[in-house]
Design a protein around this ligand. Structure first.
Ligand SMILES: C[S@@+](CC[C@H](N)C(=O)[O-])C[C@H]1O[C@@H](n2cnc3c(N)ncnc32)[C@H](O)[C@@H]1O
Length: 287
């Protein structure tokens, strides 16, 4: 992480330590806050010293997820970005919903989720109901990845691999052109990470592959990313990606605890056509 990013994360860490604010929306825990569109029915299963297991209903099936107890040690709060260990953010549940409603996209395809936080819920439901060829769940935070491994072990009927992957550390792995689809939820607000994120999506996707990127606008950060992505991809921007979520959003929009800018996600569909065209034009050159 570059110095300015690390600095901002330290400020958030200090605020968490000092005031115990809720990072979802920056208001104190005593106020009503928005944290979910309650898309998935969940049942609490058991609590242990490290967190709580829930059964999440996905169509006629269930997947089990482990939500970690918040760790307030200085190490956690000042180390690599910890936002994926705070909650499942609305973008992640909306991306999971979009995947279920568009399950044909995934059939026999290799799927990776990046920056999926402690549950990678979207990637998990893809593995459960969308018949992919393979699913790899990743995050850059070691605690998130350890939790993902726990979840994968519990859902032993699913073939899923987990990996610590940071798009800002490209030299660590060589996974070029391996994935048909990459999922990414609420990862666009790290100013220093956006250019690397675009390059990495481009590098990791097979020619003609696509990335589904769900995120709230968060003070223009979404649009800044979209502009950058347009240099590499054919980009489709869906403000209304799902009627059910849109309806809930419209019901919530006048509530003082709900802020469209940080809560309501938009969807970007990035298609790797440029790579395909480049490949085609190179091929033409040689024949
Ligand atoms: C706001 S959280 C979103 C987590 C999850 N997708 C969700 O919506 O619930 C942002 C996630 O991005 C991850 N992240 C931040 N920078 C990263 C990087 N350079 N490489 C990989 N993951 C990163 C964090 O660890 C965190 O899990």
């Amino acid at each position: 992480m570059k110095e300015n990013g690390r600095g901002r994360w330290k400020i958030l860490a200090k605020a968490l330590l000092d005031k115990q604010i809720n990072p979802t929306d920056g208001v104190t825990q005593s106020k009503r806050r928005f944290s979910s569109y309650n898309i998935f029915k969940s049942e609490k299963l058991e609590e242990n010293e490290s967190g709580t297991w829930f059964a999440i209903q996905v169509e006629q099936y269930t997947v089990q997820i482990h939500i970690m107890k918040p760790k307030m040690s200085l190490n956690n709060l000042t180390g690599f970005n910890n936002t994926g260990n705070i909650c499942i953010w609305p973008s992640e549940e909306c991306l999971a919903l979009y995947c279920i409603k568009n399950k044909d996209l995934f059939r026999d395809n290799s799927v990776m989720e990046i920056g999926g936080g402690q549950t990678c819920l979207a990637g998990l439901v893809v593995a459960k109901v969308c018949n992919p060829a393979s699913v790899t769940l990743t995050d850059g935070n070691q605690d998130s990845v350890d939790n993902l491994a726990k979840i994968v072990a519990k859902n032993s009927d699913l073939e899923i691999s987990t990996l610590k992957y940071r798009w800002t550390d490209v030299q660590v792995i060589s996974l070029s052109a391996q994935y048909d689809i990459i999922l990414c939820a609420d990862c666009l607000f790290f100013d220093e990470g956006r250019p690397a994120l675009v390059s990495e999506l481009y590098r990791l996707l097979k020619p003609g592959g696509l990335a589904l990127v769900m995120a709230p606008l968060r003070s223009q950060t979404f649009h800044v990313f979209r502009k950058m992505a347009e240099d590499r991809f054919n980009v489709e921007h869906l403000q209304d990606f799902d009627a059910e979520v849109r309806e809930q959003h419209l019901d919530l929009v006048d509530q003082d605890f709900y802020q469209t800018d940080i809560h309501y996600p938009n969807l970007l569909i990035l298609r790797g056509v440029l790579k395909l065209l480049l490949f085609k034009s190179t091929f033409k050159f040689f024949i």
